[in-house]
Design a protein around this ligand. Structure first.
Ligand code: G3P
Length: 194
């Protein structure tokens, strides 16, 4: 049990450290959640602080996901399911952080970190797709959804285990849930572009 619970709890707490919140709080003295989309993430950091800080937030949030997979690996001797569950715990922590009254981000950068370590080629293919879409449409949210939703498909095609595919579906579902407002805005043609 310890092999499962300890990495999940640790990863959740790590994920709950919100770099977009901390950076905007310390650099500008404001709560990022009062601006733009109200989201505590890299995209909204670009609206509040600009491109450079947004890239830093993206990298730190992705690193959080990688670290969580690393914690899972260390404490379970490389059990893939525990590694994925740790990654999911970090995404949950990022989205619903205990330190910020459970109002956090949408978990995409953290998901990129988790998937890049765990299923590199699937993440690469999904990432290329997503970046292409963002480049063409200028909607980060659409790219985020394409990234998270194409991972389970890529894993299926690449012959990964059922459990990993199911867990990646959970990750995609979380992304869809967190992007509800973005999806509504996209349909209404009111989504913010970058
Ligand atoms: O990863 C978050 C992105 O997909 C959307 O962010 O701030 O435009 O809602 P935002």
């Amino acid at each position: 049990l310890q092999t499962w619970v300890a990495p999940i709890v640790l990863s959740y707490l790590l994920g709950a450290v919100s770099f977009s919140y901390l950076l905007t709080r310390y650099l500008k003295g404001v709560d990022i959640r009062d601006y733009g989309s109200g989201n505590a993430g890299a995209t909204n950091t670009s609206r509040v602080l600009g491109k450079g800080p947004a890239i830093i937030v993206f990298l730190l949030d992705a690193l959080k996901g990688m670290a969580a997979v690393g914690i899972g690996s260390l404490l379970s001797n490389g059990n893939e399911i525990v590694m994925m569950l740790s990654g999911i715990a970090a995404i949950v922590g990022h989205n619903w952080p205990v330190f910020l009254r459970f109002r956090g981000g949408k978990g995409i950068a953290t998901t990129v970190g988790v998937m890049a370590l765990l299923v590199f080629y699937a993440a690469l293919i999904a990432g290329v797709f997503a970046i292409l879409f963002i480049f063409i449409t200028r909607y980060v949210s659409l790219g985020s959804l394409i990234f998270t939703c194409s991972i389970p498909i890529a894993l299926l095609v690449m012959g990964y285990s059922d459990i990993l595919i199911w867990l990646s579906l959970v990750v995609a579902l979380m992304a869809v849930i967190r992007h509800r407002q973005n999806i509504i805005n996209l349909f209404k043609g009111q989504e913010r572009k970058i």
